[in-house]
Design a protein around this ligand. Structure first.
Ligand SMILES: [Ca+2]
Ligand SMILES: [Ca+2]
Ligand SMILES: [Ca+2]
Length: 453
């Protein structure tokens, strides 16, 4: 082999992002491309069935086994409209009790002027989706700024919707559902206890919120600004988030007047110039200790992953760190799975991306040293196991641990007892929980997100 050829091979393998790492100081994360040749994966959601479900812009609904990385095409939606700045099939969310209540919800455009939220039932026998039911139809859509992310809390579905791009004043119009975060019952009806009687509106004054996640008792959202003032917000009931009058914080004379008159809620973080933040997720796991209690943000325009470290209450951002700049291209979504691994999806085949031949991709980030992370041979060195569990959870003894507590995703304590190596979880409904190990003074020593089957 010629020297030049060897040099090219050496350089290629050196530059190959498949083997990239992120050095966090103590923890060294291993990055692995685990899926290739996808077409604008838009939203990823972890299911109680243990699979990572995701959408592709053109209408595909797929799921990936997070241990073997096998991908299954579950369904293709037939009436997705593809137009504008990458409008098509957007968000997906699964019923938290998916194993007993096998429903999922998707949001997509079905014409160049309208989108809808459709519920499907999962047919596990045939591994397909059946019984589509329109939960909310005729949502005005634009060539851009259609949101969207969804979160289910208890028996309520939240969705973030944009201002449709061409009509920014809709965000302040309480007769329009655009530029809003909506809250609805799972059958699409308006909850009796919404702030405006008969209206889906939960919060308003949003431009294009493309990120939504829940934790710390809070609903967090990312939002695209104009050329400045991309935002991270904490979504509160019946609050005005300013757009199209206020951008970022209330700091000009006109903004201050408007903010005082309209009880405007300012962002907890903003970026200027804009970076185009998309999907977000909350990292609450000791598998990557440096990231514990942080928002992770997938960034499109600046092609990076951002960590926003939160204070203990989750009410403020205390530090920003930026990773993977120009490593995988545009990032559309980020997903934290219960064992503490993080998955990213690229958006390089969208209207403005510059794809490589392997695009689009899903990338796994993991701490190989972490407890509780199953390795590729299927062995586990977990301190809490089995995960998922449906009966008894074993908690390995650890010095100084006096109490074990568990809370559900809404922050309600469902288990609180003196330490024992066995926690009976048979009475808990399936879904995501936080398990905390406390010392004698009830200080949290370790916290894990776990899944009950
Ligand atoms: Ca997601
Ligand atoms: Ca705002
Ligand atoms: Ca401002």
């Amino acid at each position: 082999m010629k020297k030049a050829a060897i040099l090219i091979i050496v350089l290629t393998s050196f530059l190959n992002p498949c083997h990239a790492q992120i050095n966090l100081g103590t923890t060294i994360l291993q990055n692995t491309v685990v899926a290739t040749n996808l077409n604008v994966p838009w939203d990823m959601a972890y299911g109680a069935d243990g699979w990572i479900w995701f959408t592709e812009l053109s209408g595909n609904i797929k799921r990936m086994n997070p241990d073997t990385y096998e991908i299954q095409q579950v369904f293709a939606i037939g009436d997705v409209a593809l137009f504008g700045f990458s409008v098509g099939l957007h968000s997906i969310v699964l019923d938290p009790d998916f194993n007993n209540s096998p429903y999922l919800y998707v949001h997509y455009a079905y014409s160049t002027t309208a989108s809808k939220i459709v519920r499907y039932q999962y047919d596990a026998v045939n591994n397909t989706l059946i019984n589509p039911t329109v939960i909310l139809g005729s949502i005005p859509a634009g060539v851009s700024h259609n949101g969207s992310r969804m979160v289910i809390l208890g028996d309520k579905l939240f969705i973030s919707l944009g201002d449709t791009y061409s009509a920014p004043t809709l965000a302040q119009n309480l007769n329009s559902i655009n530029g809003k975060v909506l809250r609805m019952n799972l059958d699409g009806s308006v909850p009796d206890d919404n702030p405006i009687p008969g209206s889906y509106i939960w919060s308003y004054g949003h431009r294009n919120p493309q990120g939504l996640c829940y934790g710390n008792g809070k609903l967090y959202s990312s939002e695209h600004g104009t050329t400045t003032n991309d935002e991270i917000n904490i979504i509160e009931e019946n609050r005005n988030y300013g757009w199209n009058v206020v951008e970022g914080v209330c700091n000009t004379a006109a903004e201050i007047t408007f903010c005082n008159a309209n009880n405007v809620k300012e962002p907890i973080w903003s970026w200027s110039p804009s970076i185009a933040p998309a999907g977000i997720d909350l990292y609450q796991n000791t598998a990557i200790p440096e990231w514990d209690n942080s928002l992770l943000v997938a960034v499109l325009k600046n092609k990076e992953l951002i960590q926003l470290k939160l204070n203990d209450e989750g009410s403020q951002i205390v530090e920003q760190k930026i990773f993977l700049v120009n490593t995988y291209g545009r990032l559309r979504d980020v997903l934290v799975v219960p064992d503490g691994r993080v998955f990213l999806c690229t958006s390089n085949r969208d209207y403005t991306g510059t794809p490589i031949s392997a695009d689009d991709r899903i990338i796994e980030l993991k701490n190989p040293e972490a407890l509780g992370v199953t390795n590729h041979t299927g062995e586990t060195n977990a301190s809490v196991y089995p995960v998922p569990s449906d009966d008894v959870l074993f908690v390995a003894p650890k010095p100084g641990i006096a109490f074990v507590t568990m809370t559900n995703t809404e922050g309600k304590t469902v288990y609180d007892a003196k330490y024992s190596d066995k926690v009976d979880v048979s009475a808990l409904s399936s879904g995501m929980y936080y398990l905390q190990l406390l010392d004698a003074g009830r200080n949290v020593v370790e916290k894990k997100r776990i899944l009950i089957k």
